[in-house]
Design a protein around this ligand. Structure first.
Ligand code: B16
Ligand code: MG
Length: 216
């Protein structure tokens, strides 16, 4: 796929524009400790880009207590989310690197439409806390979709929101599931962070501002 035909760039939020990994870890750890489930930072890595309920199932893989009902699982996910949101309230513009802001400004100046495609139902809250909402023309998030990554739904929605054909969109992702979603949606997959090891990635960024070399 040719970079020249790209008109819109769709960004995953967590792990790409900013990182809330540590807050996810602390909140899941709190829940895991209460249920005597071993949970490490390595386990947390497996939750990257995965939806909340799917993440819960992964955390519960090492659960050895009495069987949990569907209602109990929903309550656990809500409790984890409440703890996570307490951490998110501490976020501020300083949680986003200047390199990210400068790169987004320059891409926009070059005429690219910019959108968020995040699995998170907290995406709008995180963008508001960090004062990043206005950097994007559209936001597609966990509240807009019924199927999470690797299904392409969130990126297909983001492409629609910026009125751009998927074939004219690039996706910037830090998760294998997100790269797979981009490929499934017929978009150009660009990897950063852990996703650079994904064989489906077409371009690999060492640092966020490398985007300016890809899209000029
Ligand atoms: P929430 P992204 C994802 O965000 C996170 O990477 C993943 O760890 C999290 O489980 C998922 O959002 C759902 O988040 O519980 O806030 O709805 O990388 O797609 O921006
Ligand atoms: Mg991510």
């Amino acid at each position: 796929m040719n970079n020249k035909k790209i008109k819109a760039i769709l960004f995953d939020l967590d792990g790409v524009v900013l990182s809330t990994d540590h807050y996810h870890f602390l909140a899941w750890k709190q829940m895991a400790d209460e249920l005597a489930i071993p949970f490490t930072k390595t386990d947390n890595e497996r939750l990257r880009g995965v939806s909340r309920m799917e993440s819960l199932e992964i955390v519960l893989e090492k659960y050895t207590g009495a069987p949990l009902t569907a209602e109990e699982k929903v309550a656990l996910a809500e409790k984890k989310n409440d703890a996570y949101r307490v951490y998110l309230r501490q976020m501020s513009p300083s949680d986003v690197a200047d390199e990210v802001r400068d790169t987004l400004r320059e891409l926009r100046r070059r005429g690219y439409r910019l959108a968020i495609g995040s699995s998170s139902k907290n995406a709008r809250f995180i963008l508001s806390q960090t004062e990043m909402t206005d950097f994007f023309d559209a936001i597609a998030d966990g509240t807009d979709i019924s199927r999470s990554k690797p299904d392409p739904e969130v990126f297909v929605k983001a492409a629609q929101f910026v009125n751009t054909d998927p074939a004219e969109c690039a996706v910037v992702e830090d998760a294998f599931a997100g790269i797979e979603a981009a490929v499934g949606g017929g978009m150009l997959p660009v990897a950063i962070g852990s996703a650079v090891d994904c064989p489906m990635a077409v371009h690999k960024l060492t640092t966020f501002s490398d985007l300016l070399k890809l899209f000029n």
